[in-house]
Design a protein around this ligand. Structure first.
Ligand SMILES: *Cc1c(COP(=O)(O)O)cnc(C)c1O
Length: 256
């Protein structure tokens, strides 16, 4: 039996330590998915060991970027987040977040998005997303040379290949206009299904069948252009130099 969230909850309780559930991506999918499907385990405050959770309203909450939510089991835990400085010359200073001034417009837009969709809106969106994911998962399993990693229960399908360099498939897919997200440890790619995929999943699978067949027929070394080989390389380099490389990369990105 693979360890599940309930096992982590038991460990946290047993040792009296906090357990944070990073539900940034799944926060507005999983609660609805649990109402629609039977195979999704408990993952939230229903588990007694869970002490905090993060949920991104700016992802599947359909709000704009700049808002997110962190939830605590109790006010006592929330106190650790506050910054208070009573000796400031401007008076007693306290802020609930790292950022002091924050834009109210973003919160208003977030509220409007949630009110507009409502529970029914989120349920309908999640039903589409999950049925699309199920189709994607079944489709990938049918493609010779590809292997789905784990048993996807929500909206992410990761896959690799026991035969060839999966990043080559990723490169060919991006030439067709489909961006697969590369992952490492183990080398694989994933698709995070959104509403945008719902009407196009057969096209994605068709492209994936074609690209996989091409790589299976010509399994050469990884091509030099494209981003995937960089990700692949990172999984075989030691920690230090890669960090420097990522810093240098960020310097270049920020350069005006
Ligand atoms: C997006 C995401 C984050 C980071 O969230 P930002 O709002 O982009 O800072 C953290 N954890 C998970 C699992 C995420 O999906």
């Amino acid at each position: 039996m693979k360890p599940q969230s309930k096992d982590l909850s038991l460990i946290a309780e047993k040792h009296n330590v906090g357990l944070h559930v990073d539900c940034c991506l799944g926060g507005f999918v999983l609660p609805f998915a649990r109402k629609l499907r039977k195979n999704i385990p408990k993952f939230d405050f229903e588990l007694p060991g869970v002490t905090s959770m993060s949920c991104d309203t700016h992802k599947y909450g359909y709000a704009s970027k700049g808002t997110s939510v962190v939830l605590y089991r109790s006010k006592e835990f929330r106190h650790f987040q506050y910054f208070a400085y009573p000796d400031w010359t401007g008076g007693l200073y306290v802020t609930p977040t790292v950022a002091g001034s924050r834009p109210g417009g973003l919160s208003a837009a977030c509220w409007a998005a949630m009110m507009r969709l409502g529970e029914q809106g989120y349920l309908e969106a999640v039903e589409k997303i999950i049925s699309t994911t199920e189709r994607l998962c079944a489709g990938v399993k049918e493609i010779p040379g590809l292997r789905v990693i784990g048993e996807p229960v929500a909206m992410i399908v990761a896959f690799d290949s026991p035969e060839f360099n999966i990043y080559q498939v990723s490169d060919l897919m991006s030439k067709k206009g489909y961006g697969l997200s590369p992952c490492q440890n183990p080398p694989c790619v994933h698709i995070c299904v959104t509403l945008r995929h719902a009407d196009h999943i057969e096209d994605v699978l068709k492209a994936l069948r074609e690209c996989t067949a091409t790589v299976r027929d010509n399994p050469g070394p990884a091509p030099k252009d494209g981003t995937a080989p960089i990700y692949g390389m990172a999984s075989s380099l030691p920690g230090g130099p890669v960090k420097d490389l990522l810093r240098a990369y960020t310097d270049v990105v920020l350069k005006v």
